[in-house]
Design a protein around this ligand. Sequence first.
Ligand code: F6P
Length: 364
Amino acid sequence: MNAKRTLAVMTGGGDAPGLNAVIRTIVKQGVTQLGWRVIGLEDSFDGLLETPLRIIDFDRDQVRGILTMGGTILGTTNHGDPFSFRESDGSVSDRSVEVAERLKLLGVEGLIAIGGDGSMGICSRLMKERGVPVIGVPKTIDNDIPGTEITFGFDTAAAFATEAVDRLHSTAESHERVMVLEVMGRDAGHLALASGLGGGADVILIPEIPFRWDAVLGKLMRRRAFKRHFSIVVVAEGAKPEGGSVTEHMNADGRKSHGGIGFLVADEIARRTGLETRCTVLGHLQRGGTPTPRDRVLASRMGHHAVELARRGEWGRMVAMRANRMDSVELSWLLTQTARQLSLDDDAISTARALGIVFGDEAQ
Ligand code: F6P
């Protein structure tokens, strides 16, 4: 009797709403329809590298009811690179050969890795240097992965950030305050632009357009002069003033993250204008919660496309949305690319400008 085709699936990097919808599709199609064995690796590669192994041998029942759940039932980590694996004693070692060996021992034909640019880079190396067949499925709330027009998680995060702008509006108006909202997005302004435009902000600061203080303050003072006694400023965590750099903060584990620019902007506005100003940092709230219908559908389609690629033996590719259709790009190509930022000729930017929203580069 022939052994069942066996696939492994893992989630890597920061989570994004929709991960469970991808896992569910891979298991439902793979196990139920195609009769494959699907193994889930827990906590990225950690579950595979530990003894005893932490893996899930999926059956249909294990993915019941997870479509609407945020997070990932497999768990994830963004410091699980097997090429420089951090051991429990703090030392770092290359465990990539073990990854390949253990997958082989489990009879795994190939790995479907659901992750961001970091995970895609690791998987591309695993394939090239260790001979592990891999298919990538892109995820991130930042929507900044090259090669795909959209990633799941973005719509959920943008909806949440837009609701935050809506909520800030009423309290800003009651107190006649300037409300600054810092949103995530790393070095791309997709989230800030979507929530700022969707929520009707007055100023949107994004990494792609370094801002000048005079342009930002000018807008706020003009609103004041027109008897609009409150304002909403949406700031991407990667935004920076002209000639300045990205604001970062050091986490307790010694890892740096983008963030802090919101308070900096709020303080500067208050100091230079005397306007009462408050800052809200949305942080990881943007990554949690149930995925929107759009993200559930997108994640399910991406999971299905990954299974189809595996079925055809098209390893070394990342699932991608191109011209509004499910497609794929070479994983190795991805490594030559940088984060997909907003294009300055994006009509969402010109729409915002037409609405009087300021990006901080306007002549005064
Ligand atoms: O890439 C997703 C993201 O949420 C970014 O928007 C943010 O800068 C980063 O991850 C935060 O990472 P961490 O979960 O390590 O704090």
